[in-house]
Write a protein that binds this ligand. Structure first.
Ligand code: OGA
Ligand code: NI
Length: 308
């Protein structure tokens, strides 16, 4: 991929992004305000959680506590970011700088996501970069460019869900997990982790710790990109360990097409030699799946696979 920014691959399906252009201050402020939010007494946060729930901003938890084999040692806040410019219409009123800091962070991350999408579409042969500045009368190429513009526009208007995670120190870390193995629902997740280790990704059946690099983003391929690319990109299975010493904070930003869009393998990536591998999916089929119980591992994606 040619991004013009440094990419350090840690695995297929996951990479760490440095020199991404987002000012360190914005990143630092987001981690800082998340810490301050989780430091507030639960009684204060509870009132805000229920307000967010009543405003329809609460997204169901991705893990079903009744059926999960492992209970998670984790506190979290999920925030739906509306399409720009009305980012975060509902967000905690305290700390009082929460909204300002979270909005500037959400906007920067969305922009970075769009740059990554651009590079991914190019890597899939769906962007005709060389001809972008050339004037040509070729009708097919004009149609291609129109199509490319449409895909990008859909991502610009796409969904963004921010999840603030807090993993408190755990007296018996070997008996639990911060988050069970799962792959993310969207197209890409841009994850900010503080300096405390915990995130692991699965690579050739082994769990590999993603070493925190200050100011960097972990970029994880989600199920929607695996479907869209008809299997060329693979979503990454990951989990979170906890420890007995330190609080750990992370901020995950999950991006995809608009919630109401259908996610399907891109028609240009389907051929006789590379037939369609996944059925169409959308947000309601995901919610249906969550209700059914087993939402860990890559089971949602498995349920979308075509067998023949
Ligand atoms: C997530 C996630 C990892 C982490 O929120 O989906 O995988 O390090 N978070 O908190
Ligand atoms: Ni995840």
């Amino acid at each position: 991929m040619s991004l013009g920014i440094d990419i350090k691959f840690v695995n297929v399906g996951s990479m760490q992004l440095v020199n991404h252009g987002i000012p360190y201050e914005i990143i630092n402020n987001m981690v800082g305000v998340s810490k301050r939010f989780f430091e507030m007494p639960y009684s204060e946060r509870e009132i805000m959680y229920s307000r967010l729930y009543l405003s329809g901003q609460a997204i169901p938890c991705s893990y079903n506590q009744r059926t999960d084999g492992v209970f998670c040692w984790r506190d979290f806040l999920k925030l739906v970011c509306q399409p720009l410019p009305d980012v975060l219409p509902h967000c905690p009123s305290s700390p009082n700088d929460f909204r300002t800091l979270a909005v500037s962070y959400a906007k920067e991350v969305k922009f970075l996501f769009l740059m990554l999408v651009d590079a991914i579409l190019e890597s899939l042969g769906l962007m005709n970069k060389r001809n972008v500045t050339q004037k040509d009368d070729d009708k097919d190429e004009d149609e291609d460019k129109e199509e490319e513009g449409e895909i990008l526009k859909e991502f610009e208007d796409g969904s963004q869900l921010m999840i603030l995670n807090c993993y408190p120190p755990c007296p018996q870390p070997d008996l639990t997990l911060g988050m069970p193995p799962h792959s993310d629902y969207g197209f890409l997740t841009l994850l900010l982790q503080d300096e405390v280790k915990g995130l692991q990704i699965q690579h050739q059946k082994n769990w590999v710790t993603v070493e925190p690099i200050p100011g960097s983003f972990v970029v994880n391929v989600g199920d929607h990109l695996e479907i869209f690319s008809n299997g060329r990109y693979k979503s990454v299975l990951h989990r979170v360990l906890v420890n007995s010493m330190n609080y750990r904070i992370s901020v995950a930003s999950l991006h995809s097409l608009p919630f109401k869009s259908t996610i399907q393998p891109c028609p240009k990536l389907i051929s006789q030699t590379n037939p369609r591998r996944y059925m169409d999916t959308n947000f309601s089929s995901f919610l249906e799946f969550l209700k059914s119980g087993d939402s860990t591992k890559k089971n949602f994606l498995e349920s979308r696979k075509l067998t023949s």
